[in-house]
Design a protein around this ligand. Sequence first.
Ligand SMILES: NC(=O)c1ccc[n+]([C@@H]2O[C@H](COP(=O)([O-])OP(=O)(O)OC[C@H]3O[C@@H](n4cnc5c(N)ncnc54)[C@H](OP(=O)(O)O)[C@@H]3O)[C@@H](O)[C@H]2O)c1
Length: 214
Amino acid sequence: MPVTLKLATSLDGRIATATGESRWITGEAARAAVHRLRADHQGVVVGVETALADDPELTVRLPGYNGPQPARVVLDSRQRLHAGCKLVATARQVPTYVVATEAPAAHLLEAGVYVLTVPAVGDGRPELKSVVEALRAEGIGSLFVEGGGQVAASFLRCGLVDRLEWFRAPMVIGGEGRPAIGALALAELAAAPRFRRVQAQPLGEDLWERYERI
Ligand SMILES: NC(=O)c1ccc[n+]([C@@H]2O[C@H](COP(=O)([O-])OP(=O)(O)OC[C@H]3O[C@@H](n4cnc5c(N)ncnc54)[C@H](OP(=O)(O)O)[C@@H]3O)[C@@H](O)[C@H]2O)c1
């Protein structure tokens, strides 16, 4: 399954301040490019912390766009997503999945959310290769992972990321900000995931870099 990881960061690779403020790091042109990339994928994935902090819609919103909306997928072991979130409230308009490790919660099923129960690994979170398989079985053939840092790190640790779409804004947030990529637990530099840059292009004030896995 093709998996693209999108990152919208400061120059120092941060995606939010320490208090979680992240709107907006990149400018309008970068955000429009993200919407075009969403439209090219069948599923958009976020972690539950991003879903709770940002309350995103994760839809394609472009002038004149009337193509299909990708399914929205939230990795949420304990089903913390609540009925007040936009993703849950609009689940009957746009297919919305919660990937959990427990039996489906009533408040999600009642709202029309599809809950996929996937076995947990050591950290109590759904095992990502099983997540990808479960989504493929639902007919979702490509994934656009939009963060946050913990989910980005999990996909990289499992070697599942084929492409990076990295939008970099000319600002510095500092070490207390939230990292774009959480801990990878690398034993040595040779184990670091490596990518080849295939394109770099200015987008307004920002820089859009595209990478493929080597
Ligand atoms: N600048 C940007 O473009 C951008 C994009 C996205 C997010 N953000 C910001 O990033 C912050 C949130 O990022 P975050 O790193 O704290 O959280 P996150 O990656 O959004 O969510 C992490 C949570 O997802 C759940 N999860 C389930 N399966 C997982 C797996 N296999 N691997 C990792 N997590 C899994 C875990 O909660 P359970 O254990 O309860 O399941 C975990 O605590 C917010 O402040 C948001 O605003 C910024």
